[in-house]
Design a protein around this ligand. Sequence first.
Ligand code: PFF
Length: 450
Amino acid sequence: MLQNDNRAQFSTRLGVIATTVGSAVGLGNIWRFPYEAGTHGGGAFLITYLCFIFAFGIPILCAEFMIGRGTHSNIFGAFRQLRSSGKWHWVGYIGIVASIMILSFYSVVAGWTLEYLYQSITGALNLNSQEAYHAQFQQFSTHPWRPLLWTILFLIVNFVIVIRGVQKGIERMSNIMMPILFLILIIFCVNSLLMPGAKEGLEFLFSPDFSKIDSSVMVSAMGQAFFSLSLGLGTMMTYASYFSKETHIVKSATITACLDTTVAILSGVIIFPAVFTFGVSPTQGPALVFEVLPNIFNQLPGGSLWSILFFFLLFIASLSSTISMSEVSIAYFTEEKKMSRNKATILNTAIALIFGTLCALSFNCLDNITIAGMTIFSIFDYVSSNILLPAGGMFISFFAGWLLDRSFIHNQLTNNGSVKVRVTKAIIFSLKYVAPTGIILVFLSSLKLI
Ligand code: PFF
């Protein structure tokens, strides 16, 4: 789909949803959400996250969809078309930096998924205590070359798919895999709900202690909302440039956000009962799900089969996300810099390989390089998700709310008046006031300026 210059369109509504959900659902839901929720107070984090999804996320997703479909262009071309004067295409640069930073650390975690898939196949995950799973992950992540090898392998797979323009194949595959992933997550949920720590786990996730909502919770929840929806960097805008005239923007944005959020919550419902059952601290950080999930699978009848299936599906989910983020810089190199697709893909992968290596090594030989207590990996994660994506989102919402022609917005949201949309005013209100000021306020409060 994406390599065609004649701008093929998604033929069905399902095609639209499957592709946007393919980008949105990935490690962000299954790996990042539980660890962020775990380190930021569980329920307090979840409620803040949900507020951001509905107050900022869905409206900004609508804005990216409108701009992308209305201009049939990537983020640079779109801003240039809509506002030839001014410096709005700079928002595109934020998107490129963010997409490359995310690709770099995301590939490390996708590499962990591959290692765990491999270990599930060889039976190395059949351990008998939570301590053993903890030790296993520590041993692996601090190994001098293993994580790096998997990171490189993952980036090569991503490269081969993107350069050969066979996204279509992967998308078709992920259309089948995503529903299966959804199904097995539900099975795992039921299993977790039967664990002795279920009550404690659910309480941790669903009963918010409002006093815990401080600026750090808000920054993380906001970052998670943007990260999970692939928002603020132009990914969704690029995808929307392939939407047809009939695509219902508001419905598509709402369905995408709801499915994405459901997967994150399912993941929380799987992890936290197990966390309390196994006596793990929810504040483990990035290691959390890799230490807890294998122990859950091990206790299921047919353990390794579940584990193989799960890590394989997670790998496909990660791949459909990295393909979508790679498209941001590739679209820039090909459409703005007139590079060939091959060169653009090589460049994108080469940069990600360099930074991905630094991220992978920051768990072992580079773990002494820290800024404000954060390793290179955490810095890449924090800066891209918590700063660059919301900043990009703020500019996009400001642009859509204040500078876009009202008739453009109206035509996009209602498909030239052919569908009735009751929430047009609410979306414009959010884009104009709620999202940009909200994002600025969260930034200011995290800098302790308010
Ligand atoms: N939304 C993806 C996830 O939750 O795993 C991550 C992501 C994909 C972020 C694509 C940004 C992006 F452009």
